[in-house]
Write a protein that binds this ligand. Sequence first.
Ligand code: ADP
Ligand code: MG
Length: 445
Amino acid sequence: MKSKEDSWERFLQVMEDALGKPTFETCLKFSILKKINNGKAVIQVSSAFAKERLETKYVGIMKDTLQKIYDSPGLDLALEVDENLLPTRPDLPEQMEFYKQEQDDIPENSLDPRYTLESFVVGNSNQFATGAALAVSRSPGKVYNPLLIFGGVGLGKTHLMQAIGNNVLARKKKARVVYLSTERFINEMIDAMAKKKIEKFRKKYRTVDVLLVDDIQFLVNKEFTQEEFFHTFNELYGANKQIVMTCDRLPRELFIDKRLSSRFEWGLTADIQEPDLETREAILRKKAEQKGISLPNSVIHYIAERVPSNVRELEGALLRVLAFGTFRRQPVNTELAQEALKGIIPEGREQIPTVEKIIEKVASYFDIKTEEIMSDRRDRRFAYPRQIAMFLSREITNLSYPDLAKKFRRDHTTVLHAYEKISTNLHDISVRNSVDNIRSALKVS
Ligand code: ADP
Ligand code: MG
């Protein structure tokens, strides 16, 4: 029987291959398996940064590999931070300094050095946004301010935004570039208020040259933060400092303070669409190349075909295939890829979602309650999502208007009207983007 230590070593080995050396060394190298029982594994990692990065990108593959190695299907995984893990490695004095230093630097800009323009594959779906990103990083604060990049989940918004930051720094080492997620902005603000350090907080964000704020859709329903963000925005804008934001939709589709959403669209808005097959293949080639692996075209083509839209999932599928190869000690070919992806990405048609499911997804997308969609409230905040829900229900389920009317508890002419209204507005990129995002959340195309 294999010992526990052997299995853990094996796990680390597979992960090193799957994640690539740099990520592995910063995120997983010093980790320990705290326990594995009752269907759950707990891994301790050395920093909050490592935890965040593993959680956003690699939990799937980690879980998968643990399940195989420990022969425990369905095994769940939790990550914990233990910052003592680094200094307790006396065998690595030099690296230790390096890692500690890297961690201390993170709050300053937390840019991922791998997210560059060079590593970003340009295709029809993102050409415009990439051009805008390049222009902005060449003359921050001067050409398009603010720059807003919008598009669905996993299409490269964060990558492109961070590439702007990295590019600005490459040109001007001393530039103050700050990248942060909207969630982090909110948390820091709350924390600063609790500690009565709001002045310090304000100063921190109001003295930067380039402020990169990721996923501003999280400002919805956070009036307090919107207010603070509004002031930060105005000050930076007034001082000609560059602001770049990403959002999963156009701000006008976000139900936030109008003063704020209109400002977000003052500069340039650039969309990122789903990549076509050719671009997906190019992305896979690039990712494999970055790991120093060359894959047969047939395998690239197979993976690209199987994962039609989300680039993050595309990357996940690639990792899975590579890990599978390492685990089996077999060369990667289409047969192996097929087996690695079996059951992960459904072949053939998915089940058609029900009207209830559609309503639920629409409500969650617009951050309102399903009852509010079902209610008679007429403000745009509810009426618009309701129309989208009716439109999508008709498109996806193909139920008749009278049947839909029953589901929505209204007149069938109301549903008909909603359907026609949204159909005629689909040429509007903001409407189209929201409809596409919800479709992709429902996993229908
Ligand atoms: P989003 O922020 O839109 O949800 P991300 O920027 O996090 O998406 O992208 C998800 C993953 O896909 C990242 O690892 C990113 O490097 C990769 N990716 C997305 N688009 C591209 C592209 N055009 N070229 C290379 N990698 C890409
Ligand atoms: Mg993102």
